[in-house]
Design a protein around this ligand. Structure first.
Ligand SMILES: C[S@@+](CC[C@H](N)C(=O)[O-])C[C@H]1O[C@@H](n2cnc3c(N)ncnc32)[C@H](O)[C@@H]1O
Length: 210
């Protein structure tokens, strides 16, 4: 699977964005050989299981120029790196509690010339800044996750969606949502946007800051 998969589902990419996506294959292969940020099995399906999957969030929301987005527990840069390529006028702050993963994110970001991405080795709870949106994939249960970011939202945004969280999440979501006590959580199936039943984690879970 190549970066043409991304162009297929996002046909309006600029030449620069196409180049940036195309560069990721070699960059991740090289870095992953030194610092394991993606499982060996998954690196072969980087464009499908990591990049396209991350961009599922972009089917639910279009981030606006000037908006600030926090990616909590980004690991090797997912969903933050693909989203930063897709929305070059939006600022992305990627955090992870494991320093070597952030090193890979910084190197990949530098190599493809991303100007709108900052990566920090920290626990999400330690980040002292405000954001319009929080994104994440596969980090922890909602009831534990939301308290980390609850106090980090800007009050206003011009976006059609209210400020809040967009989380690529698997597991028993109904039970997890009930246990979290969060209100008005929307589950958007990725199969609505991507023809095949591609992913293990099949939903974007979204809710406004509360
Ligand atoms: C399963 S990995 C997912 C990585 C990435 N989001 C992805 O989908 O490929 C979970 C990541 O969350 C990070 N993490 C866990 N708790 C965290 C916290 N409180 N703050 C920042 N990162 C955290 C871990 O270090 C790990 O890299």
């Amino acid at each position: 699977m190549t970066s043409e998969l991304i162009t297929h589902y996002f046909p309006n990419l600029s030449e620069e964005q196409k180049q940036q996506f195309a560069q990721l294959e070699e960059l991740y292969a090289t870095w992953n050989a030194q610092i394991n940020v993606i499982s060996r099995k998954d690196i072969e399906s980087l464009y499908l299981r990591h990049i396209l999957h991350s961009l599922g969030i972009a089917k639910v929301i279009s981030f606006l120029p000037g908006e600030k987005v926090l990616d909590v527990g980004t690991g090797g840069g997912f969903p933050g790196v693909p989203l930063a390529i897709l929305f070059p006028e939006t600022s992305f702050h990627l955090v992870d509690s494991i320093g070597k993963k952030i090193k890979v994110v910084k190197e990949v970001s530098k190599a493809i010339g991303l100007k709108n991405l900052e990566a920090t080795h920290a626990r999400a709870e330690q980040i002292d800044d405000k954001f319009h949106f929080v994104v994440s994939r596969a980090v922890t249960q909602l009831k534990d996750f939301y308290p980390w970011v609850k106090g980090k939202f800007e009050k206003t945004s011009g976006n059609t969606l209210p400020n809040g969280v967009l989380y690529l999440k698997g597991g028993d979501l109904q039970q997890e949502i009930a246990e979290s006590g969060l209100k008005d959580v929307t589950l958007t199936p990725l199969s609505k946007y991507f023809a095949e039943d591609f992913f293990d984690t099949k939903f974007v879970l979204s809710f406004k800051a509360q």
